[in-house]
Structures are given as structure tokens and as C-alpha cells.
Design a protein. Structure first.
Length: 386
């Protein structure tokens, strides 16, 4: 049984890329012949990100140079039009799969658009992102209109839709009500055991944030908290690419201007370094962004950090709210008060830390593989009888 996992690009080392690699790993361990089909702009970046997300493993990856349409946009405006370029790449991937006719099942994991494949894993519908049109400029609205229209040209009806949280599942059904009964939550796997190895270490007055350095994450808001809590060190760690430069420059400029010597930036942090960092931190603070799931949140919990997250999204409803209601905020100005409250009660601190570790264990790899196996049985049975 040959299975293709389509993931257009591994140009960053984020949760979406991690999901694709773990999906391929689980399918391989379940006995299937699995290949990851992708493109690369720079092969060294592809290899670096796969090694960062899957250290010590060698997944079977069939990689080709990005299509001409992608290269044209990349030359026209480097570091921009990311969503459109990914859609262009996935359209080329679908063409390649149809030409080959050699795969029994096809999973697609990055377009965030339902396609004519067996399984679409939708992290968040691109239609919603496009329709929000967060920018006010004409150029921004025009770009998102193009993204939305192009997504519609490749839309299809998968046999199943997987997603990362109950919160996202609701958003998908609001956008595609015709998929009722097809949308299922398959929580991404998190390396619980790896991060749990540092859970019992001594803690410092350290607050860690892990995120891609992209504009929509609102990482500058973490500086608002750092400015009010000079007795704590704040570390912002995460992956960065060309389009991250303005975000990093804005943060660095503000750190220097306000004299925030308690703030440190770590870019493209190695996995072992990240674990060591989380093993020293008391708290994990996620920026004010409705995270669709939040792998970094669960990693931090497994490492023994108490998570504090924005009171919306899958990271809140499916993860942190199960630890305690006091760990959510609607405005970052609430965060210092949350931390001070916990710090004033040692018993509460220990309870929250232990509960965080306990909840994190529900998102382990074996659970992910077991759930996936159940869906594979359905896919194979319905395929045989169709």
C-alpha cells in the first residue's frame, strides 16, 4: 500500500511541517510504503528544517525545485506572497501525483484548502484567512482576494478532513457545512518524552515564548509584559526566514529603545537548546494570537513550564483550559497579575506545574498513531467497497 504525503514546502520549521513528518512516520510504522512529496527553493533549507524537526530520522522525501510560477513570484517580491506561493506549489504537486498514478492513498497537509485527495489535513481554512483581510491597504485586500480566488480553483472534496483542535473543526464546518460528518480532530503529536526529561529541573525567573517570527503572531506584545516585569528574564525563541527580518528588526529596535535588558532573542534555536531553555523556565507565555493548536505550548508543559495563553483558539480550549481557567488572558496586561498570583502561592504553583505535565501527556505520539490507525481502517474499507 503506497501512500503520498503532499507538503508543498519545508521552508520553515513550524508546526505544520512537524505534522507532515510525524504523519509520514506513523504511517510508515503502521506498515505502509510512505513518501513525502515536496518542493524546495533551497535544498539546504529543506534538509536543515527536516533535520531540525525529525532529528536522527531519515524520512523518504521526493523533492523537486519549486515550479516556475513560484520562482517568478519569489523574484518579483522575495519573502512575500507566502500563501499564494504555497498554493501554486501544491497545485503542481497534485499534477505530479495524478501523472504517476502509483499511490493508493494521498494525504495533503499544508494548503489549508480541501482538495480532491483521500485526506486533507486543514490547520486553518485559507478561505477564512483571506476573507478577514486584516490589512487596510488596497494592495493587501487585493492580494488576499487573489489568494481566496486561487484557492477556490483547486478546491475539491476529500474523503476525510483532519484538523488540529475542536476549535478549528468548528471553523472548518462554518466554512464548509457540506463536510459535516467528514471533519475529525486528529491532534498533532508532540515529543512528550523528550521534553519531559527536563521537567524536574530547578527553575529560574524565566519566561519563554516559542513562535515563528511572523507579523500575525503579535510577538511585540510580549515586550509589554517584559517592560512591567524587570525581575524576570524573557526569551523569544523560534524559527525565522527572509520574511521574518522586519519582525526581528522591530523587536530589536524596541528592546534597545526601551532598555529591555531582560529580553533575549534566539533565532532558529536547535532542539536540544530549546529543551534546555524550557527546563529552566517557570512559565511559558504565548503571544496574543488564537493558536489553532500550539505544539510549542504542549512541549513547554511537558518540560515543566506553566503555560499562559491567549483566551481563544485551540491552544486555550483544547489544551490550557484543561489545566486551569486562571491561565488564560484576554489582554497581555493581565499577564503580570497572573504570574504574581501564582508566585505568591507555592502550593498553587506546584499544582499547576504538575497538572500541566499531566495534560501534556495526552498529546503523545502513541496516541496519535493509534488514532490514525483507526482512520486508516476506515479509509481502506471504504476504498475496497467503493
Amino acid at each position: 500500500m503506497r501512500i503520498a504525503v503532499l507538503h508543498a514546502l519545508f521552508d520553515i520549521a513550524g508546526g505544520t511541517e512537524k505534522l507532515a513528518l510525524e504523519l509520514a512516520r506513523a504511517l510508515d510504522e503502521l506498515g505502509y510504503d510512505v513518501e513525502i512529496l515536496t518542493f524546495y527553493r533551497d535544498r539546504s533549507i529543506l534538509e536543515r528544517n527536516i533535520n531540525l524537526l525529525a532529528p536522527g530520522r531519515k524520512p523518504r522525501v521526493v523533492a523537486k525545485p519549486v515550479p516556475l510560477s513560484y520562482r517568478f513570484l519569489d523574484v518579483l517580491s522575495p519573502g512575500r506572497f507566502v500563501r499564494l506561493k504555497r498554493l501554486l506549489a501544491i497545485k503542481s504537486s497534485l499534477k505530479n501525483v495524478k501523472k504517476e498514478h502509483s499511490y493508493d492513498l494521498v494525504f495533503e497537509t499544508c494548503s489549508n484548502t480541501p482538495l480532491n485527495v483521500d485526506v486533507s489535513y486543514i490547520h486553518f481554512p485559507v478561505k477564512i484567512i483571506a476573507s478577514q483581510r486584516l490589512g487596510k491597504s488596497f494592495a493587501y485586500r487585493l492580494y488576499h482576494s487573489i489568494v481566496e480566488r486561487y484557492a477556490m480553483t483547486i478546491e475539491g472534496e476529500p474523503r476525510l478532513v483532519f484538523t488540529n483542535s475542536s476549535w478549528t473543526a468548528k471553523k472548518i464546518l462554518e466554512t464548509y457545512p457540506e463536510f459535516k460528518g467528514k471533519v475529525h480532530v486528529l491532534y498533532p503529536t508532540v515529543d512528550i518524552e523528550y521534553f519531559n526529561e527536563v521537567a524536574d529541573r530547578d527553575r529560574e525567573n524565566l519566561v519563554v515564548t516559542v513562535s515563528r517570527f511572523t507579523p500575525e503572531k503579535g510577538l511585540d506584545k510580549i515586550l509589554d509584559v517584559a517592560a512591567k516585569m524587570r525581575d524576570y528574564k524573557f526569551v523569544l525563541a523560534g524559527s525565522a526566514e527572509r520574511y521574518s527580518k522586519p519582525v526581528l528588526e522591530d523587536i530589536e529596535r524596541r528592546v534597545e529603545k526601551e532598555g529591555l535588558d531582560n529580553v533575549e532573542l534566539l533565532v532558529n534555536t536547535p532542539r536540544d537548546k530549546l529543551r534546555e531553555l524550557l527546563g529552566r523556565a517557570k512559565y511559558y507565555l504565548h503571544p496574543p494570537y488564537a493558536e489553532h493548536f500550539g505544539i510549542a505550548v504542549v512541549e513547554a508543559m511537558a518540560a515543566g513550564c506553566i503555560p499562559i495563553v491567549y483566551r481563544d483558539g485551540g491552544a486555550w480550549f483544547d489544551i490550557v483550559s484543561r489545566v486551569s481557567d486562571i491561565l488564560g488572558y484576554s489582554d497581555v496586561n493581565e499577564v503580570p497579575g497572573i504570574i504574581r498570583r501564582i508566585e505568591s502561592d507555592r502550593v498553587l504553583y506546584e499544582e499547576l506545574k504538575n497538572k500541566s505535565i499531566s495534560v501534556s501527556k495526552e498529546f503523545n505520539y502513541e496516541r496519535f498513531k493509534s488514532e490514525l490507525s483507526k482512520y486508516m481502517n476506515y479509509l481502506l474499507e471504504t476504498r475496497i467497497h467503493s
